[in-house]
Design a protein around this ligand. Structure first.
Ligand SMILES: *Cc1c(COP(=O)(O)O)cnc(C)c1O
Length: 366
């Protein structure tokens, strides 16, 4: 009899093989682009060429697949993962995408000439799916931090014959298990909290459907959007502390969101972990834990610039999920949001220092 292992154990041991005596406990990245074929004329060995497969990839794929309950396929970036899902699952029908989610998914779908229907995340469960081949939801959405019920979307989309993919970047594999909620595919940018140290660009797709795994792996091998072994190795090292980092980041996000709501210069604070957030009820039902990403609105673009200049701890930078607290003004990237909307990624600093710094910066902003 065995209890299911906890998150902190699984991020360290998940997918790991028992080492043979004398094996390195901490093997480095396998950088070789080519592998010994031997003299036989049969099938090539598991590893033969670096675009088709690599042992360093397989180690992280096993770890992420264990957390998400499926087969993971790594990609060179989150967008390469999104592109593989659009390329393999979006035809022949319409692709339903979040109007308030990651902007490049929308841009890419229209670049590919796909028929697209945009739906706000919060109303995705009520959208029309009858003509859809693929429904992509992003929950919590970036940067809106709205949430939708994955199980309801999956049931309605499946009834209409569509596949469902969930962009799980913000939640992370510890925060949400979309395949257990009925999704067909998970897609994510591991550039964010999974790798977690701001030094890697990486993405993945996970599915429990062998035919979809095959299609996604073929898209990777032929399209060539393969990750570098060094990046994969760094991300695997980062994954080992994801449980610890999320715990601190979520505590910091809660402290910041709570303090920000009381400040007169701040409006519209959203973090799904707040018990009175509009997304809280659905998020609490389907998510396993919170994370460090929140958003709020200042008066205008200038106010955001003054706030970031006055803060000593909040880096003005895009991306999220790293050790350092960072924030950026989303309208500059073309998101359809208020000019003063700030997405803030709470890092792993001490809560008291962060809250003190952010409140002082808001006061100095004038
Ligand atoms: C960053 C991000 C992506 C794109 O990932 P990259 O690794 O930058 O290519 C996709 N979806 C979401 C929700 C993201 O935040």
């Amino acid at each position: 009899m065995s209890e299911p292992l906890g998150d902190g154990t699984r991020v360290i041991h998940g997918g790991a093989r028992v080492p043979a005596v004398g094996d390195p406990l901490h093997p480095g990245p396998v950088l070789s682009s080519t592998f010994a074929l031997g003299s036989g004329s049969g099938d090539p060995p598991t590893d033969f060429y670096g675009r088709a497969g690599n042992p360093t990839w397989r180690a992280l794929e096993a770890a992420i697949g264990d957390l998400e309950g499926g087969e993971c396929t790594l990609f060179a970036s989150g967008m390469a993962a999104v592109a593989a899902v659009l390329g393999t699952c979006a035809r022949p029908g319409t692709v339903v995408l979040p109007s308030d989610g990651y902007y490049l998914a929308r841009t890419l779908a229209s670049d590919l000439g796909l028929p697209v229907r945009l739906v706000p995340t919060a109303s995705a469960p009520d959208a029309t799916f009858t003509d859809a081949s693929l429904v992509l939801v992003e929950t919590p959405s970036n940067p809106g931090l709205d949430v939708c019920d994955i199980a309801v979307v999956a049931a309605r989309a499946h009834a209409a014959g569509a596949l469902v993919a969930v962009d799980n970047t913000t939640a992370t594999p510890l925060g949400q298990r979309p395949l257990e909620l009925g999704a067909d595919l998970v897609v994510a940018s591991d550039t964010k909290a999974l790798a977690g140290h701001g030094d890697v660009v990486l993405g993945h797709v996970t599915t429990a459907d062998p035919a979809l795994t095959e299609a996604v792996r073929t898209a990777r091998t032929r399209g060539g959007a393969v990750p570098g072994p060094m990046e994969v190795w760094l991300a695997h090292r980062g994954l080992g502390t994801l449980d610890l980092r999320l715990e601190r980041q979520a505590a910091n996000a809660r402290a910041l969101a709570t303090a920000l709501r009381e400040h007169p210069a701040v409006s519209d604070v959203r973090w799904p972990g707040l018990s009175d957030d509009p997304a809280h009820a659905v998020a609490a039902r389907q998510m396993r834990r919170w994370n460090g990403v929140l958003r709020f609105t200042l008066a205008d673009a200038d106010a955001v610039g003054r706030f970031l200049a006055a803060s000593g701890l909040v880096e003005s930078a895009t991306s999220f999920g790293g050790l350092r607290t960072s924030a950026d003004r989303r309208q500059r990237w073309g998101d359809d949001v208020a000019p003063g909307l700030v997405r803030l990624s709470a890092g792993c600093e001490d809560s008291r220092d962060l809250v003190t710094d952010v409140l002082a910066a808001l006061d100095q902003m004038g």
